[in-house]
Each structure stands twice: as C-alpha cells, then as structure tokens.
Write a new protein. Structure first.
Length: 478
C-alpha cells in the first residue's frame, strides 16, 4: 500500500463538548496481521432477520453469536452480563464466549481463514493492529450501529448517547468508524492519597516539587516511581501530556505528524532531561525494568513506590493487592516549569478498550446488537460498578457513588476542561509508540542511556516511519 494522508487528528477543541455531560469509564503492543487481506471463508454469513422496533439491526434471531473479550484489567463479567440481555432477546441464538489475553495470536489465524468472531474486544499487550486491519478492509463500518436507535430511547441514535471523542477516535482517515471504544480512560500518575497524607506530603504540581518529594521519600526507604518495565509503553501515559503542557499542543502535533526534528524541540529535550533525573538520582524502584504491569502495580500498592504511570483500569486490575484504605488517586503529571504553554491540569484522557466487528463476521449484525446493549445506561453503570471505570456513554455514572480512583479520574477530567490530549500515536503507529518511544524511555529511566541518545533514537525511528510508504499516514489536527 502506498502512503496516503488522512485528516483524523484529535486535539483539545474536539473534546470541549465532552466536559459537561460525560459519563465516565476508562487501554492499551503491536501485531500487524499482514496476512489478513487474502483470507478465504469457510462459512456463510447469517441471513438477515426481520427488522423491527425491538430489532433495529435486523439480527437473525437464531444465528449463533461468537464473542471474544480481552481478559485484562476489566475482566469479562460486564460482557457476560450484556450477553444475558442478548440471550433474553434472542433465545434461539447460541452464544459462544471466549475470554483471553492472547487476542492477536488467537485471532490472526481466524482472520486469515475468513471465519473471525462476530465481536472482539481488541485490547491488551497482544492486540491486533486496527490501523492495518482497517486499511485492508477487514473491519465493518460501525456507522450502521451508530445510526441505529439507542437501547434506552428509540428516538435517540446510538451516536448521540456517546462522548463525542468516541466516534472520532474510531476513525482511521475517512468517515468510516472501525472501532467503538467502550471505556473512557484517564491516564496520569496514580498514587495513594493516604500515603501522602500520612507523611504530610502534597502531590507535586511542578517538577522541582516532584524531585523534592522523591528525595524525602527515598530517605524513608520509599521509591519515587515504578512502572511496567516489560511494557514500557506505559511510561508515555504521563510523558506525552508532560511534553504537551511544556511546549504546547503544536509541539505534540508535530510529533504525531512525524515532522522532521519534532523530537528535538527544546521542550521535548527538557522533558527527557527531567525523566533522566529520576534515574540519575535513584528515584526509580530498584528492579523496575524487569517488572511487568501486574508486578509493578503490586509493588506500588504495597507502598514501595509513590507513583506509577497508568490508566484508570488500574483500580480494578490491582484491587486484589490494594489495601482498603489506600485511597487510590490519579493526577496529571507535574508542570515542567513556570513557562509551560499549557496548565497543570492538562491530561491524557481518551476512549479506550476498542471493540471491533470483522467485515467477514458471520453474524456482524449480532455483534453490533451486543454493542448496542452494552451502550445502554444499565450496562454502562454495571461496567462502572464492576471495574471502577468510566464508559463512553454520556451521563452513565451520574448519581452513582464512585470508588476513590474512579472519583479522582472524574475530577481530573472535569478540571482539565478542554486541556485534554488524545495522542492517537498509540493507534496509528502502534509499533513506533510501543517499541521505539516506549523502549527508549525505558532505557532512559533504567539509566542505560542519556537523553541525547534517547532523542536521537526516537527521531531516527520517526524519520524512517515517515518515509515508509507501506504505512498509512494520518494527520493530528488542532
């Protein structure tokens, strides 16, 4: 495929409409599926059913439904609960449910063979490359679902019940919507409010304050930071907004658009120097480079480190090791300095946990109908209760009592207003984001390379990506 340009960026202005009525919910290695374009089919698609007010997508009432859910931080109970509603509506349909963390290894052969599931929760470290699948015509356009009547109110379309950014993030260069991100994730630095309060410490709003706090913690045998060393793409959850607030949204837009020398901007250099300081002064928990996401979260909930860059799924994912009085809290990364172009409240928050319906699915209508059920207020509230996360359904958690982490995510999002970053790099150029950017940051924070080398490595990889005509290019717009 030749390189094409598509305007599908997502800057802060696109999120202004979100702030007033958002209902919360919380995201996030590559796998190219390059062989998927040529697969044949070993089964026929289900015939359409009878369209009616109760069946607006014309689901075949007896067609089997094949669902694969990523079994990660959110588990899969929320999907099973929605499937019960589906089963009540279509009692003649057999539902096959599979929960796995091996999304790409499990499903790539099925895409190649032409018999993919009807609905896939495409998430985790081994997810499929959606940009590649979309470019190869392997995904169904979800506008059919978005234009259908919502489950709760037939007079309101599904699209009008969603946080606006949900639809935009599902696009890959055109008007087609290929993913429906069910959760709404707030990323940042997570910490125990109790641990800070017990030591008379305040959350550091500047980098100088961060260094001062880490020094105090070190004297008490507590590390400043830990992170998922085996999955270093977690580090950008705090690093990307750190860059944006230091240099401004245009600086980050240049990075996302693979502009020459974008990574050599002074604000970016300063950000790398700041993160290097964490390693140079011994503020990173010893052994962190060898920890995976669960191990690093466990060390953190044990109180061995103050901060961990993560997404709002962490409250549910780490609940088994989290003390009852931990008071899990998220905050934006500190400001680099007084000359920052954007306010402290700037944060990465975006729709996450992407669901897809394969183009070759035998019961695509059934897959979309299950999504329609999941986007009901009842299902969205059930999701929030089960996994302590926000959903992309507007107003879903209004009036609910929220656990500590979820309440703080809600507060951070509201405080950010229109100062919200939705990078898209993690979706458009998955390997670059996860392996090149995340890898260089991991080497930096492990003390194995210095800022200049990390920047040079990433810029070299960005330049190579920009020149690679086999990779479709996108445009991040402000």
């Amino acid at each position: 495929m030749g390189s094409t340009s598509a305007t599908n960026g997502f800057g802060r202005r696109d999120l202004i409409r979100r702030a007033a009525a958002i209902g919360l919910a919380a995201v996030p290695a590559s796998g190219l599926l390059s062989a998927c374009a040529s697969g044949g089919s070993d089964g026929e698609k289900a015939e359409k059913g009878t369209r009616s007010a109760k069946n607006p997508l014309a689901v075949n009432e007896k067609a089997p439904l094949d669902v694969v859910i990523f079994d990660g931080g959110f588990g899969d109970q929320y999907a099973k609960d929605a499937e019960k509603v589906y089963a009540a509506a279509f009692p003649g349909a057999e539902i096959k449910h599979k929960a796995t963390q091996e999304i790409q290894p499990l499903l790539q052969p099925r895409f190649v063979a032409g018999n993919p599931p009807d609905l896939i929760d495409n998430s985790g470290a081994k997810l499929m490359d959606v940009a590649s699948l979309a470019a190869k015509g392997q995904l169904a356009d979800l506008n059919t679902l978005l234009d259908a009547p919502s489950y709760d109110d037939p007079s309101v379309k599904v699209r009008d019940t969603l946080v606006p950014s949900t639809i935009e993030v599902g696009k890959f260069g055109g008007e087609e919507v290929y993913t429906l991100n069910y959760a709404f994730t707030v990323y940042g630095l997570w910490h125990s409010k109790k641990l800070l309060e017990d030591n008379d410490w305040e959350y550091p709003r500047t980098w100088d304050a961060m260094m001062s706090l880490c020094a105090k913690a070190k004297k008490k045998g507590i590390a400043g930071w830990t992170y998922a060393g085996k999955h270093p793409y977690y580090i950008p959850f705090a690093f990307y907004p750190f860059i944006a607030k230091a240099g401004g949204m245009q600086v980050f837009a240049d990075i996302a658009n693979l502009e020459p020398n974008a990574w050599k901007h002074d604000a970016v250099k300063d950000a790398f120097e700041a993160y290097h300081e964490l390693a140079a002064k011994g503020y990173v928990l010893k052994g962190t480079p060898g920890l995976d996401h669960i191990q690093s979260q466990t060390e953190w909930t044990k109180g061995k480190a103050l901060f961990i860059p993560n997404g709002s799924w962490v409250e549910n994912e780490a609940k088994k090791t989290t003390p009852a009085d931990f008071a899990m809290t998220v905050a934006p990364p500190p400001s680099l300095g007084s000359s920052d172009a954007m306010p402290f409240e700037t944060v990465w928050a975006s729709p996450g946990e992407p669901f897809i319906v394969p183009e070759q699915a035998r019961n695509a209508a059934g897959g979309m109908e299950l999504l329609r059920i999941m986007l009901s207020r009842k299902s969205a509230q059930n999701f929030a209760k089960l996994v302590s996360s926000l959903t992309s359904v507007k107003g879903a958690v209004d009036g609910m009592d929220l656990p500590s982490g979820l309440a703080s995510a809600n507060a951070v999002l509201n405080a950010a207003g229109d100062n919200v970053l939705v990078p898209r790099i993690d979706e458009w150029y998955k390997e670059f984001h996860r392996e090149q950017v995340g890898g260089a940051l991991a080497e930096l924070m492990a003390g194995r390379i210095r800022p200049a080398e990390a920047i040079a490595r990433i810029q070299k990889d960005a330049d190579a990506l920009a020149k690679d005509d086999s990779v479709k290019k996108y445009e991040f717009t402000l």
